[in-house]
Ligand binder design. Structure first.
Ligand code: 9WN
Length: 411
């Protein structure tokens, strides 16, 4: 196990190594572009030693914002054949070549977080306020199903192949997807990545979006994949609360923000699966819950909803594996401890869960989760994700968000 000072040094070195000048890649080779929520985590890592660079990371992300307010999940600043699908497949319509979908909107929360630590940068936070409002308005206009926030692609949630998508995917026949060559499995062993079955459907959904020029009105009516998701709903609700705090500070109106908060508080109820006793996804097309307890289920505290509804599930799951929170409940038949979002532990999700737990007064649980994750990292390195049973590192290495949350916890 490496000591904390060595880990701090290594984490800073990873951020420096993944810095491409104004933005950070999640890890070299596997993900050679700027990803949305990865960048926000990168920013809080940089904040530990370089506030100016932290702000720049988020400012660069917003340079890719579309005219309809959407902030893409990938910005292709410089074409790199090491990643598939690239800009030619996505055919995004923004100012920088990009994907056509978004990602969990954590930026509002962490812009406020940066501002609290660096009040002198108020003009930079203020300049980001309107773009943030425009992005949130895009979600509330196009992705709002009774206050629950929906996605049109699993990649949008950041939880690409979690078992929540198994039901919606079974209803999709990926017709007309041209032959393609994955690059991810040239960088990472197949057992730790999504299956071909999933990739066929990912590409089918990209094709549908690209063919209509990412017209949200059209997609709303036609896409077979429209699923309300806890990652999106809870991170957007939380970020909206943080936008409100910033609006008050900047003396901006809050009426619209208040309406969004009320709508999403109601919408969160649509994600409550009383039968399974958990927050999960709700498949709008099929009209049913997905029935999976995932690490996203435990973001309810972070969103400030549900009181302690998830506490029993949390304590049960925390006791099942050496390292937690696994991305899928180990008691679920689809659990696979090494395969990406079907089991492994993700440090940055743990940071969000621990933040919520601490704010809700569960300080001991928040500390235990943070300590468990820090032990996992110091023993196994800054991997993309980890096997919950033994901590074995998996996916990409020298990973930006793992290094970033390490530093954010240290600062
Ligand atoms: C597709 C960059 C991203 C993360 C996601 C994670 C993974 C991409 C992929 O990597 O997704 O967006 O190609 O597998 O699932 O959460 O933002 O780290």
């Amino acid at each position: 196990m490496a000591d904390a000072t060595t880990c701090d040094r290594e984490a800073r070195a990873i951020l420096a190594k993944n810095d491409r000048g104004g933005y950070t890649v999640p890890t070299a080779n596997l993900y050679p572009y700027q990803w949305n929520w990865d960048s926000v985590f990168a920013a809080i890592g940089f904040a530990e030693h370089d506030m100016d660079r932290a702000w720049t990371e988020i400012e660069t992300l917003f340079r890719g914002q579309w005219s309809n307010g959407m902030v893409p999940h990938i910005l292709f600043h410089q074409v790199d054949p090491g990643y598939f699908p690239g800009p030619d497949v996505w055919r995004g319509v923004g100012p920088i070549p990009s994907s056509g979908i978004s990602q969990p909107p954590i930026a509002g929360t962490f812009v406020r977080w940066l501002l609290d630590r660096n009040p002198g940068a108020q003009p930079r936070a203020r300049a980001l306020f309107k773009p943030l409002m425009d992005w949130h308005r895009w979600f509330m206009t196009w992705r709002n199903e009774g206050g629950a926030i929906v996605v049109t692609h699993p990649w949008e949630t950041g939880r690409d192949n979690c078992p929540d998508w198994d039901g919606p995917f079974a209803a999709i026949e990926p017709e007309g997807v041209e032959q393609y060559y994955r690059r991810d499995t040239t960088h990472v062993v197949e057992e730790e990545r999504p299956r071909r079955y999933d990739y066929d459907r990912y590409l089918y959904l990209v094709k549908l979006g690209a063919e209509c020029g990412w017209d949200e009105a059209q997609l709303k009516d036609t896409t077979p994949f429209r699923v309300a998701d806890p990652t999106m709903t809870f991170t957007l609700l939380r970020s909206t609360r943080d936008l409100k705090a910033m609006a008050e500070r900047f003396k901006e109106p809050v009426d619209e923000i208040d309406r969004w908060i009320a709508e999403m508080e109601d919408g969160s109820e649509r994600l409550w699966n009383a039968e399974a006793g958990t927050y999960d996804c709700y498949d709008i097309r099929a009209g049913k819950h997905t029935g999976v307890v995932s690490n996203a289920s435990f973001l309810s505290w972070y969103a400030g909803v549900g009181g302690d509804r998830m506490l029993e599930q949390f304590d049960r799951i925390a006791g099942l594996t050496k390292y937690y929170v696994p991305s899928t409940d180990p008691a679920h038949p689809a659990y696979e401890p090494k395969r990406y979002w079907r089991g492994p532990v993700w440090a940055m999700m743990n940071m969000l869960v621990a933040t919520g737990l601490g704010e809700a007064g569960h300080v001991d649980r928040a500390k235990a989760l943070t300590d468990n994750t820090r032990a996992l990292i110091s023993k196994n390195g800054f991997a993309e994700y980890f096997d919950p049973t033994n901590g074995a590192p998996a996916g990409g290495r020298d990973f930006t968000w793992t290094a970033a949350v390490w530093l954010a916890w240290a600062s």
